[in-house]
Design a protein around this ligand. Structure first.
Ligand code: NOJ
Length: 590
């Protein structure tokens, strides 16, 4: 300590205090981490990730489409949320049938987003703010416009003939199996040139790669290393549970079309972990990065094989808490009712499963999900209050929180008047399926209103000016009509806004190590209004209580007796009752 005043001319009094506080904090924190888990946490366990859908983030070219320079120009917005990483959904060259999840060159940048120099600048500028860029690897399938597929489809003997999944027709000329693709319609498409069918888990323009072929795996690993050499901070790995194909046999028909959902046949099939261990060994092992796999079909009880030291990724996205209305094998157009206790137990299950071994991402939104305000709260919920409740839960659970662009502003779903207004390829497939299943046009549109991925893809609202500051051109998707109040500038100037709440919580999380390193315990598990849980580190304990209902919610008698309220999303006294849609954080006095 004594040597510090000797160099204090280098610091202002304020920075001197913060340096000392920082040193003490570091000391306390590293001891605390060691205490909680036996090992210090990695950088990605201590930070929050911000997910960007580049097409909708910020346009600097005036063509109505977001671009890399738009991201670089808005990095401070992300820094101010205390985020240390950005997950970029695909920016590679793509015909954009599925907005970039159909890649035609794994080592390039799509011209609509800029060029490689723009990407390098983004990495550099983000680095200056302690933010790392995380790429999206789409390795289950490529675009049908990738040179690999163009070659593969020519005939059965070319050098890439076996790079995709090709099969002969059944004797009657029909597809090799009755599988339905995830976007609707058959999962096999006939290729005239080659006189065979090829498999596509998603759209026909997204043919599945053949992971059984070692040359394919080598080419994919090589692409991933290309981005590592550029200094990226990790990877989100798309649709990875579908890479191992099982025996090709028909499934039990589960719809009017006589087809069987491909997901039930091909997700997480035996043998997949062999591929993934090789992937880890060849590409990720020993690097200071993180990996998060999109793991549809991996149940919470499977998680130990997927994450942690013995697993294949650092984290996986597990979807039970966002798919509550699709339980019991129901298809999306027959959603089931769910209760708060089910949401809580889904969250608790993945918290518990990864507590002993591994780590989990915490998320309520992404580019495929409805906005959380419309997803998890009763009809009629005030969006601003609901957004704050969700933010509080998101930023106080154990794991790495993921904020999806717009979530920090309190975005809500859109409800456009006809299916023709929608861009999302899966919304069109689902709409068709709903009509085929006998739903009325109004019902089919209502499903689209709830499920469409376009809900999550409307452009960022930066201010109250032209096109909400997203573009000077015609935005590729309409700007949400609420932009005059829901936008970054207005909210930055309003201490009571959703954005200010996110910023505050972001800082709170940074300075309360209970929230990163502490253990999780669910409280009041039977309560249908309140989600309550504690985070404990050594003798420090924080408790989150969040009222998901539109009514006052009384805390049990004595619940908060030994606690001080430190943050509250609603004004008012602490009378043992939560206001409708109020979240609080308490500190236990010990
Ligand atoms: C999952 C991605 O999140 C989604 O947006 C995409 O359409 C499919 N995988 C296919 O790549």
């Amino acid at each position: 300590m004594r040597i510090i005043p000797g160099v204090h001319h280098m610091f202002s009094a304020k920075s001197f205090v913060s340096v000392v506080t920082g040193l003490l904090l570091c000391l306390a924190v590293s001891t605390a981490w060691a205490e909680a888990s036996g090992a210090p946490l990695k950088w990605w366990q201590k930070t929050t990730v911000y997910q960007i859908y580049p097409k909708s983030f910020a346009d600097t070219f005036g063509n109505g489409i977001g671009d890399l320079r738009g991201i670089t120009g808005n990095l401070d917005h992300i820094r101010d949320l205390s985020c240390g990483a950005i997950w970029l959904t695909p920016v590679y060259p793509s015909p954009m049938v599925d907005n970039g999840y159909d890649i035609s060159d794994y080592k390039g940048i799509d011209p609509s987003y800029g060029n490689m120099e723009d990407f390098d600048t983004l990495i550099k500028e983000a680095g200056k703010r302690n933010i790392r860029i995380v790429m999206d690897l789409v390795f289950n399938h490529s675009s049908d416009q990738h040179s690999w597929f163009k070659e593969s489809r020519k005939n059965r003997v070319n050098p890439k003939a076996d790079w995709y999944i090709w099969r002969d027709a059944k004797p009657d000329g029909s597809a090799p199996t009755n599988w339905r693709s995830i976007f609707g319609g058959p999962a096999w498409t006939w290729c005239e040139e080659r006189q065979q069918y090829y498999l596509h888990t998603f759209a026909p323009q997204q043919p599945d790669l053949n992971w059984e072929n070692p040359e394919v795996r080598k080419a994919l690993y090589d692409a991933a290393r290309f981005w590592l050499d550029k200094g990226v901070g990790g990877f989100r790995i798309d649709a990875i549970t579908y890479i191992k194909k099982p025996e090709f046999r028909d499934g039990a028909p589960d719809g009017e079309d006589g087809l069987s959902a491909i997901h039930t046949m091909t997700a997480n099939t035996p043998g997949i972990l062999g591929f993934l261990h090789e992937f880890k060994r060849e590409v990720f092992a020993g690097r200071d990065i993180f990996t998060v796999g999109e793991a549809n079909g991996v149940a919470p009880e499977d998680l130990p094989k997927w994450v942690g030291a013995q697993g294949v990724f650092d984290m996986v996205f597990e979807f039970s808490h966002v798919n509550l209305h699709l339980k019991n094998g129901e298809v999306w157009c027959r959603p089931t009712e769910w209760k708060l206790t089910e949401l809580k137990s889904a969250l608790t299950a993945s918290q518990k499963m990864t507590a002993a071994n591994g780590w989990c991402p915490v998320f309520f939104e992404n580019h495929d999900q409805p906005r959380c305000v419309d997803h998890f709260f009763p009809k009629g919920a005030d969006p601003k209050k609901a957004a704050k409740v969700m933010a509080t839960v998101l930023l106080t659970l154990r794991g790495t929180p993921f904020i999806y662009e717009g979530q920090e502003l309190g975005y809500t779903n859109v409800a456009w008047p006809s299916i023709d207004h929608y861009n999302d390829i899966s919304s069109h497939g689902q709409h068709r399926t709903a009509l085929e299943e006998g739903f009325s046009p109004e019902e089919a549109l209502a499903f689209v209103h709830f499920f469409s991925r376009d809900n999550a893809r409307t452009p960022m609202q930066w201010h109250t000016g032209l096109n909400a500051g997203f573009t000077t051109g015609k935005p590729w998707l309409p700007i949400h009509s609420n932009y005059l109040t829901v936008n970054a500038l207005t909210e930055a100037n309003d201490p009571d806004s959703v954005l200010s709440w996110y910023r505050r919580l972001g800082k709170f999380r940074r300075y309360h190590k209970e929230l990163t390193a502490g253990t999780y315990e669910e409280l009041l598990p039977e309560d249908e209004q309140i989600y309550a849980f504690s985070r404990t580190l050594g003798n420090r304990r924080l408790v989150t209580v969040a009222n998901f209902s539109l009514r006052d919610a009384a805390l049990p008698r004595n619940f908060a007796d030994n606690m001080t309220r430190v943050l509250s999303s609603e004004p008012g006294g602490d009378d043992g009752s939560l206001r409708p849609l109020e979240a609080r954080i308490y500190r236990e006095k010990r």
